[in-house]
Write a protein that binds this ligand. Structure first.
Ligand code: 13P
Ligand code: SF4
Length: 311
């Protein structure tokens, strides 16, 4: 078995030879974040996928993110180190059922979170991420009714911020729904000087109790700009790696899930990737993301619309 140092040398050699770029989401294992050419939130990763000059993209994230990269750069080879890296939120919105749901609201337009399959994107008018969702919703005329999919928590949060009454698909993420408000409140009592910061995929009572709500990049920025020295962080714990890097003198406490034996505040899909799989992916050019051309043609429109609106 190779050591991490040996693997890093090999990865660096192969990525140079193949003109490959490694993109990683903030929820990846620290060693993957450290070796990536770029680490970011869903929005920045989609921008990078569209702009890169590389011939090959190795996506250390989940399937919908790698699919978005393929949709934006169909001529490039897009690889995912572990093909099992799905997303419980994307899975909560199957295309056939969503199509029937959409057909019940013929005068509504569809805004969907990027955490969806390419098939759902093909049924969507504009995508959004948690970074630009408020901006995207506000850019739509108030008289235009909207269906929002698939996350009910993000949808409720957006309704409360924008005053809209969007029809919501009833989906959720297994990580963000598992946080225990009771345990978090007990933690706040132990650390009265800590600020509670949460991702909008968390449930409403937790969001109401939070000092700040935002996407992964917004949470990271908040920890850099806010004077607090301690933060309780209610999102996947991979982001704590960057928070600690940028704020070495501050303390970060991962918010506890209901069942602390299940480690639910780690996304079991994101955490499937590791250095040996990343190396094998680059070396053997596996596992390649392939999509039907018709789906790409339809799915690229709402993503490009989102990118235009958020530039
Ligand atoms: P961000 O867009 O905030 O990075 O979130 C992605 C995600 O999967 C949250 O669970
Ligand atoms: Fe999907 Fe949740 Fe994992 Fe994000 S944390 S990738 S929404 S399962």
């Amino acid at each position: 078995m190779m050591t991490n140092e040996e693997l890093i040398l090999k990865i660096n050699k192969v990525r140079k030879e193949k003109n490959a770029v490694i993109l990683a989401h903030y929820y990846q294992e620290p060693e993957i974040q450290d070796i990536a050419d770029f680490v970011g939130d869903s929005l920045d990763l989609s921008r990078k996928s569209a702009d890169t000059n590389a011939d090959m993209i190795v996506f250390a994230g989940v399937h919908f993110m790698a699919e978005t990269a393929k949709i934006l750069s169909p001529q490039k080879k897009v690889l995912i180190p572990d093909p099992g890296a799905g997303c419980s939120l994307a899975d909560s919105c199957p295309a056939d059922e969503f199509k029937k749901f959409r057909d019940r609201y013929p005068d509504h337009i569809v805004v969907s979170y990027v955490n969806t399959t390419a098939e759902i994107k093909a049924l969507t008018d504009i995508t959004c991420t948690s970074t630009n969702a408020v901006h995207i919703i506000k850019s739509i005329h108030v008289d235009q009714p909207i269906i929002f999919a698939p996350d009910r928590n993000l949808g409720n949060y957006l309704n409360s911020i924008t005053g809209r009454d969007m029809v919501l698909w009833d989906g959720a993420c297994h990580v963000h729904e598992e946080f225990s408000l009771e345990k978090i409140m007990a933690l706040r009592e132990q650390h009265p000087d800590a600020k509670l910061i949460s991702h909008p995929e968390c449930q409403r009572p937790l969001l109401i109790a939070s000092d700040f709500v935002g996407s992964t990049s917004a949470l990271l920025k908040f920890t850099q700009q806010d004077p607090a020295k301690k933060f309780i962080v209610a999102t996947e714990s991979g982001i704590l790696h960057q928070m600690r890097k940028y704020n070495p003198l501050k303390e970060f406490i991962p918010a506890p899930p209901i069942d602390s034996t299940c480690g639910c505040n780690n996304c079991k899909y994101m955490r499937l990737h590791n250095l040996p799989k990343l190396y094998a992916s680059l070396r053997d050019e596996k596992f390649e993301i392939t999509l039907d051309e018709e789906i790409i043609k339809k799915a690229v429109k709402p993503i490009k619309r989102m990118l235009e609106l958020s530039n």
